[in-house]
Design a protein around this ligand. Structure first.
Ligand SMILES: [Zn+2]
Length: 313
């Protein structure tokens, strides 16, 4: 697996993607002759890893473009299907781009190339690169966005904050669990900052810097819909992204001892961490079936913010 270097904004990491996920299972099938999968084979594996049935009702996941009988030699992973990412994938000769966020979440009437989404569709098709979305199914799945965050932060005995209706109890949105040892909110926020890709916005915190933290709730991406669940789970702190003024303010007002404290991180950064793990899981699952495809993770920082001005503290 490789992280693709980029000439543009790159993902700055305090750790390499290979270190971000454990590699305790050797790649199976190594040494044996393996076949190049067709797109339909990769889709079967993706469905096993990130079942579409786990997606939220409002979501749009699955195959967006591509021929199911096309060979897939290279798979490229990214958070956002934006122009730079698509250029990166197509430029690298990828046959399949798997993104977390949908390109076409809402219905469209045209994909003419003058619009950026239409341009993306054209670039993909003209390059022979398929596009697959694994969004809220990628959040909820075992080994998905939230499990990866949980693991990287060292949270133990984690369970979903909002279990999937048809799941086995391990799947669902958000996670809540405990740290091996209690710490302060300030030190925990510093840990969160250190494991995430570096982005302009950094990490915002609401609560007493010296407050005790051990029980942690989290939700990669925008998780303000789980503020109540984090409170009900008696979390000391809730880590998520895109917290707006009113949900955050009301969540702070609703608690008497200040908990759960809030840590607001970059939406992109919280989900980028999943990519190396997802690429590795796909690589292993393909190998289990006797297939071989190269997997790569985008190194482009697609967080939309470029800089902040702060009081300097
Ligand atoms: Zn997201």
């Amino acid at each position: 697996m490789t992280t693709v270097p980029s000439d543009g904004r790159t993902v700055g990491m305090s750790q390499t993607p290979e270190q971000a996920v454990p590699t305790d299972h050797p790649t199976q099938g190594a040494g044996a002759a393996r076949r190049t999968p067709r797109l339909r084979d990769v889709l079967d594996v993706a469905e096993e890893l990130w079942p579409a049935g786990l997606a939220e009702d409002w979501d749009a996941v699955g195959l967006v473009a591509g021929r199911r009988d096309a060979e897939v030699r290279t798979v490229h992973f990214a958070v956002d299907p934006v122009r730079a990412v698509v250029e990166e994938a197509c430029g690298a000769g990828a046959d399949l781009l798997i993104t977390h966020h949908p390109l076409l979440l809402r219905p469209v009437n045209s994909v003419e190339a003058d619009g950026f989404k239409g341009e993306v569709v054209h670039r993909l098709i003209e390059s022979g690169c398929a596009l697959l979305t694994a969004h809220t199914n990628g959040d909820s799945a075992v080994g998905g966005v939230n499990d990866v965050l949980t693991e990287i932060l060292g949270i133990e005995d984690a369970e979903p904050l909002s279990p999937a209706p048809d799941g086995l109890g391990e799947e669902g949105l958000g996670r809540v669990g405990t740290l091996p040892q209690g710490t302060t909110l300030g030190d925990f926020a510093a840990t969160v900052f250190s494991v995430l890709p570096s982005v302009a916005g950094g990490v915002r915190v609401a609560g007493d810097r010296d407050g005790f933290v051990r029980r942690v709730a989290l939700c990669g991406g925008a998780g303000d819909g789980l503020l109540q669940a984090a409170r009900a789970a008696e979390a000391d702190v809730f880590v998520t992204a895109d917290l707006r003024h009113h949900p955050a303010s009301e969540a702070r007002e609703a608690v008497r001892d200040g908990r759960p404290y809030l840590i607001d991180v970059s939406h992109f950064a919280s989900e980028w961490l999943w990519l190396p793990a997802a690429a590795q899981a796909l690589d292993r699952a393909l190998a289990d079936r006797g297939f071989e495809a190269e997997v790569a993770v985008s190194g482009i920082n697609t967080d939309p913010w470029d800089f902040v001005i702060t009081p300097g503290r």
